[in-house]
Design a protein around this ligand. Structure first.
Ligand SMILES: NC(=O)c1ccc[n+]([C@@H]2O[C@H](COP(=O)([O-])OP(=O)(O)OC[C@H]3O[C@@H](n4cnc5c(N)ncnc54)[C@H](O)[C@@H]3O)[C@@H](O)[C@H]2O)c1
Length: 289
């Protein structure tokens, strides 16, 4: 399994809790330096202090970031590069569980209720927030030299199996994660020959504070949770000298697989899809073929 080089720097959004926290702990144990970029600055700062105390040196810094606010993320990236000089890995990880976007379907009462503007918080954080992180990651990598692992940088987004499976209870979560999966595949193509890799990790349900504990009880009972160590193993596969690019590394319970893109009609669509890229790049003034 690919390992990071000592002193390599990771910027991780949502690292004060759950998957991001476990990832930061793993990277520091391998000699890495981490930037904990989280809305919950109290938990982030406490976590950074714990990591620094254990290491006996500064291996972690905490920055208060709302990933949906571009200026917050700009300032956090700036702070990270000022302190650590470069960023080798960016993990666009911060996310939330579904906020119901509409009231429950009820034709009996619908006529007496005003139509509501949908709550798009799930998409704001899970899609827009991660795209802001990605945009800063890719521009940071563009501005730095090739690092110790042979790359300008590596971007890893935390998606979900709901990036390709539908969920009747989580339409906005599924839409956001699907957006992340196909963004990842598209960006991976663009950056493939530019010493930058882009991948996504796509777990099924992992036991973290993302939802109230009561939600996890039936999953624990039926052994339907996905293992955190397996999730970390998939992140690890994207790091160091690894050349994997454009993969959706998926985890469900103790199963692991790289989810294939939907190949139905791919051969028939590919010539037109390819020509769209060629013609668009001409319009954009980009020399990439
Ligand atoms: N836990 C799961 O079952 C599961 C499964 C698949 C994918 N994921 C994804 O993994 C990622 C991490 O989830 P988790 O389970 O570790 O959740 P978590 O709630 O334990 O941690 C999420 C962290 O993100 C932070 N955060 C939330 N909104 C933010 C914002 N706008 N700006 C900055 N920080 C913000 C929170 O403060 C928290 O520290 C999410 O993208 C989630 O969708 C989780």
């Amino acid at each position: 399994m690919a390992v990071i080089s000592r002193g390599e720097v990771s910027y991780i959004t949502g690292a004060a809790s759950g998957i991001g926290r476990a990832l930061a702990t793993m990277l520091v144990s391998q000699g890495g330096l981490v930037v904990i970029a989280d809305l919950n600055v109290e938990a982030g700062s406490k976590f950074a202090s714990e990591l620094n105390e254990k290491a006996g040196s500064i291996v972690a810094i905490s920055v208060e970031v709302d990933t949906t606010v571009w200026e917050d993320q700009m300032a956090a990236f700036q702070q990270a590069t000022n302190i650590f000089k470069r960023i080798d890995y960016v993990f666009a990880n911060a996310g939330i569980a579904e906020h119901p976007w509409l009231p429950p379907f009820d034709p009996e009462t619908a006529a007496s209720r005003p139509m509501v503007k949908p709550d798009l918080a799930t998409a704001d954080i899970n899609l827009t927030g991660q795209l802001y992180t990605a945009a800063l990651a890719l521009q940071t990598f563009e501005r730095q030299e090739i690092g110790p692992s042979g790359f300008r940088g590596k971007l890893i987004l935390t998606a979900s199996v709901f990036g390709y499976y539908p969920s009747r209870a989580m339409p906005l979560y599924a839409a956001s994660k699907a957006g992340i999966i196909n963004f990842m595949r598209s960006a991976a193509q663009y950056y493939a020959n530019k010493n930058i890799t882009v991948n996504a990790i796509a777990p099924n349900l992992v036991d973290t504070p993302i939802a109230p504990d009561v939600l996890f009880i039936p999953f624990r009972e039926r052994k339907l949770l996905s293992d955190m160590q397996l999730v970390l193993d998939q992140f690890q596969k994207c790091l160091g000298e690894s050349t994997i690019n454009g993969h959706a590394l998926s985890i469900s319970q103790d199963n692991v697989w790289a989810h294939p893109p939907d190949t139905h009609m791919f051969e028939e669509n590919n010539p037109a899809c390819d020509l769209i890229s060629v013609e668009l790049f001409k319009l954009f003034g980009d020399s990439t073929a």
